[in-house]
Design a protein around this ligand. Structure first.
Ligand code: DAT
Ligand code: MG
Length: 151
């Protein structure tokens, strides 16, 4: 059985605001395994494909403009329950409703500038990692922490 993977992305506002280290750090400290990481400027096509489920929403053009407005940080994180747990670390879509202690709750004020993306299901985790990473960009490795994180 495959280990669950989630696609996490620091959006252009997170990069511009100097929050890259802070955001990566939260996933690193939690204990997930980093499988892929890159700074990347994406095309409008890729942004539209990533958010295709939202293509009929009124905010879709603004959303894809925002995601393409500067570089993003693309990450693949692995671990049992990583998808749902990462969503909890990230917090609610509207940062004003996100709990303190979450990334959005601590670091953002607006839905349209909510600093980070996280996959909403294991299937979407797979889909999004395949969309944002090329063959060979993910690393197969073992962390020395694993025996201290799991029994
Ligand atoms: P999430 O990013 O929490 O998974 P989502 O998948 O529903 O939320 O929407 C994707 C992004 O689209 C979200 O992070 C910000 C933007 N968005 C969602 N709802 C919005 C709204 N009502 N107005 C403006 N932007 C919105
Ligand atoms: Mg979503």
């Amino acid at each position: 059985q495959e280990v669950e993977q989630t696609y996490i992305m620091i959006k252009p506002d997170g990069v511009q605001r100097g929050l890259v280290g802070e955001i990566i750090s939260r996933f690193e400290k939690k204990g997930f395994l980093l499988k892929g990481l890159k700074l990347f400027q994406c095309s409008k096509d890729l942004a539209q494909e990533h958010y295709k489920d939202l293509k009929d929403k009124p905010f879709f053009p603004k959303l894809t403009d925002y995601i393409t407005s500067g570089p993003v940080v693309c990450m693949a994180w692995e671990g049992d329950g990583a998808v749902a747990s990462a969503r909890k670390l990230i917090g609610a879509t509207n940062p004003l409703q996100a709990e303190p202690g979450t990334i959005r709750g601590d670091l953002a004020v607006q839905t349209g500038r909510n600093v980070v993306h996280g996959s909403d299901s294991p299937d979407n985790g797979k889909r999004e990692i395949a969309l944002w990473f090329k063959e060979g960009e993910l690393c197969q490795w073992e962390s020395v922490q694993t025996p201290w994180l799991t029994d």
